[in-house]
Every structure is written in structure tokens, then in C-alpha cells.
Design a protein around this ligand. Structure first.
Ligand SMILES: NC(=O)c1ccc[n+]([C@@H]2O[C@H](COP(=O)([O-])OP(=O)(O)OC[C@H]3O[C@@H](n4cnc5c(N)ncnc54)[C@H](O)[C@@H]3O)[C@@H](O)[C@H]2O)c1
Length: 323
């Protein structure tokens, strides 16, 4: 039996697939290697998987109905659906990309799950579905009906579509609301890489809402252990879990930890709040802990040095610059 992983050349997809292969699973990975960010990074991630025993790659667009209907997925029994148009801010610029990948694409994966009668459909949602729901750790039953960005709205729609399919066709389904995942091989549109690049070039970093933001930062290895735990979850029906670290780090503390990891100083350009952003994210991870033993281990003081050494190796930055 194999696992179909979509978004396999993505940040979480590559790490999750490597972990699945390491425990002896067979994986069929799909990605369209789109140009939202540099496909060179996606190809470099894929190169780490190609050739590993049990791995097959198919280049395909999940929003292409015909291609998805034609897919040959012999032996696939579980799906880990991570492909998406990610990024909160870009959803204000190019909303159609989100409807295409996250709504039409998600429906195509639900159809694959229905047609194949898979035993488990696991998919990526996002902490952004909570909007500015409330302060403090959020449980999965907190209100999630006031999205602040189209990205969040499409992720919430994915949850509702999955609820409907799991009900109609009786398969087990699990949604994972990831909270700001970071680490080696991270996305170049996210704060750690944007900040590291600017800090090492001696350029200012843009810090929104005058720095008065807080995020629950999840190290990618922890996110992957939660993802694999969820994939192994027993029990019926559709459930949604938070995959976070369980604490809200003030953004300025995150910046200081990144300064320490990179051995340089940040020049800070304070900016007003950005449309679409939320003020604080903080996960209540109790459900995931109880249901499948999720137990994140990595603080930002441990995770950021690992991100920084990957960043230097991958982008070939050896000298320290900056103020
Ligand atoms: N990284 C985070 O902090 C975070 C937080 C919340 C939710 N998520 C969600 O987790 C999932 C993985 O995120 P990530 O950070 O690895 O993002 P990523 O952009 O690195 O990975 C997504 C992958 O999906 C692929 N993809 C996009 N559209 C596609 C399409 N139409 N057909 C086939 N492949 C397509 C991309 O090429 C990319 O490789 C996404 O669903 C994202 O929305 C991530």
C-alpha cells in the first residue's frame, strides 16, 4: 500500500515524505513545481527524495480535472494532501490562484479519495482560519467563520468540503491547522528567510504592526511528527487538529533569536499592520496530544540555529555582514 502525497516538492511535503520513506512507506508524490516561489528550491528538495527506495514522483497540477481523473494510483490507500497556493499576503494580489489550487484542487483530491475508497484522507488547513478569533490558545472548536484573507477562506472551505465528503462517502479524514512552520528548506516568502536574507545583506527588515505581533512558531520536524501521527490516527469521521508549538512568541523575541542564530543584527523598519494579517496565533495542542501523542520538542532558540545553518549552506552565505 502507498501514500499519495501532494505538494511533495514543497517545504512540509518534502520533510513529511522523507520521514514516511524513512519508516519504510511507499510514497507517490505529486507537485506541479509552480513559480509562486523559486522552483529551483522545489527541485532541490525533490532531489533529496528522488532515488530513495519507495519514492515515485509525478508532475501534475491538482487543479487540472482531466489530469487528476486520469491519474494512475495503483496501491494508494491513504492521502496526505499538502499542495496549495500558500501565503496570506499574496492572496490579496492573486485571489484566483487560491480558488484554483485550494478549492478546485482540493475537490479533485476529495474525488480521488472517494473513487479509490481510501482509508484516510489527511490535508493541510491553516491557523489563519481562526482570524482574530480571540487571544490565548485556540482549540479547534473556536470560531473560524471570520477569515481575514482569501487564503484563510479557502482553507476553511477545504475543511467544510471535507466534512461533507467524509459524511457522504464515509472515509476517515483529518485536517491539520498548521501554525507558522519554519526550519531548514523553508519557504522564501516567509519571515525567517525574508529576514535572514535582509539581515545578512545589511538591509532593513520590515516589521509590521510596529512589531506588536505574536506567532506560534512550529519547527518543521515537530510539524512532521504531528502529521505522521495524524496519518496513523485511528477512529472514524472527520476531525481537525492544531499543529503548533503551543506558545505565542512575540515577533521581536523571534527576531532577537534569529539575530543570535545568524550572528548578526537586524535593522528594523517598523511598518503599520498589513491587511489580511492576524495579531496573534497560539495553538491549543491538547487534542492532538491526546489523540495521537503529538508532543512538539523544539523551541525557537533550538530551531532557528538549525534553520540558520541550512540557510548559510543552501544560499552559500559565508561572511557576516550587517549592522
Ligand atoms: N508553512 C506553513 O507555515 C504553513 C502554515 C499553515 C498551513 N500551511 C499549509 O501546508 C501546506 C504545505 O505548505 P508549505 O509551507 O510546504 O508550502 P509550499 O508552497 O512550500 O508547498 C506547497 C507545494 O504545493 C505545490 N502546488 C501548489 N499548487 C499546486 C497545484 N495546483 N498542483 C500541484 N502542486 C501544487 C507547490 O509547487 C509546492 O511545492 C499548504 O497547504 C499550506 O497552505 C503551511
Amino acid at each position: 500500500m502507498s501514500i499519495l502525497v501532494t505538494g511533495v516538492a514543497g517545504f512540509i511535503g518534502m520533510h513529511a515524505t522523507a520521514a514516511l520513506l524513512a519508516r519504510g512507506e511507499a510514497v507517490i508524490g505529486i507537485d506541479n513545481l509552480d513559480g509562486y516561489y523559486d522552483p529551483v528550491l522545489k527541485r532541490a528538495r525533490l532531489a533529496r527524495l528522488n532515488g530513495l527506495p519507495g519514492f515515485t514522483f509525478l508532475r501534475a497540477d491538482i487543479a487540472d480535472d482531466e489530469a487528476m481523473d486520469r491519474l494512475r494510483l495503483d496501491g494508494v490507500d491513504r492521502i496526505l494532501h499538502l499542495a496549495a497556493q500558500a501565503g496570506v499576503r499574496y492572496s490579496l494580489e492573486n485571489p484566483r490562484a487560491y480558488v484554483r489550487a485550494n478549492i478546485a484542487g482540493h475537490l479533485n483530491l476529495l474525488e480521488v479519495a472517494r473513487r479509490r475508497g481510501v482509508s484516510h484522507f489527511v490535508y493541510a488547513s491553516s491557523s489563519s482560519v481562526y482570524g482574530n478569533s480571540s487571544a490565548g490558545p485556540l482549540t479547534a472548536d473556536a470560531p473560524a467563520d471570520r477569515p481575514l484573507s482569501l487564503y484563510a477562506a479557502t482553507k476553511r472551505a477545504d475543511e467544510l468540503m471535507t466534512e461533507c465528503y467524509a459524511h457522504l462517502y464515509g472515509f476517515r479524514a483529518t485536517g491539520l491547522r498548521y501554525f507558522t512552520v519554519y526550519g531548514p528548506w523553508g519557504r522564501p516568502d516567509m519571515a525567517p528567510t525574508l529576514f535572514a536574507r535582509a539581515m545578512l545583506a545589511g538591509e532593513p527588515i520590515r516589521v509590521f504592526n510596529q512589531g506588536q505581533l505574536a506567532r506560534d512558531f512550529t519547527f518543521v520536524e515537530d510539524a512532521v511528527s504531528g502529521t505522521l501521527g495524524a496519518l496513523d490516527r485511528q477512529g472514524d469521521g472527520h476531525r481537525v487538529y492544531n499543529i503548533g508549538n503551543g506558545r505565542a512568541e512575540p515577533l521581536m523575541r523571534f527576531i532577537h533569536a534569529l539575530e543570535a542564530a545568524l550572528g548578526t543584527r537586524a535593522l528594523i523598519d517598523l511598518q503599520p499592520m498589513q491587511p489580511g494579517d492576524v495579531l496573534e496565533t497560539c495553538a491549543d495542542i491538547g487534542d492532538a496530544a491526546r489523540q495521537f501523542g503529538y508532543a512538539p520538542q523544539t523551541t525557537i532558540d533550538e530551531g532557528l540555529p538549525r534553520f540558520a545553518s541550512w540557510y548559510r549552506a543552501y544560499y552559500g552565505v559565508t561572511s557576516q555582514k550587517g549592522g
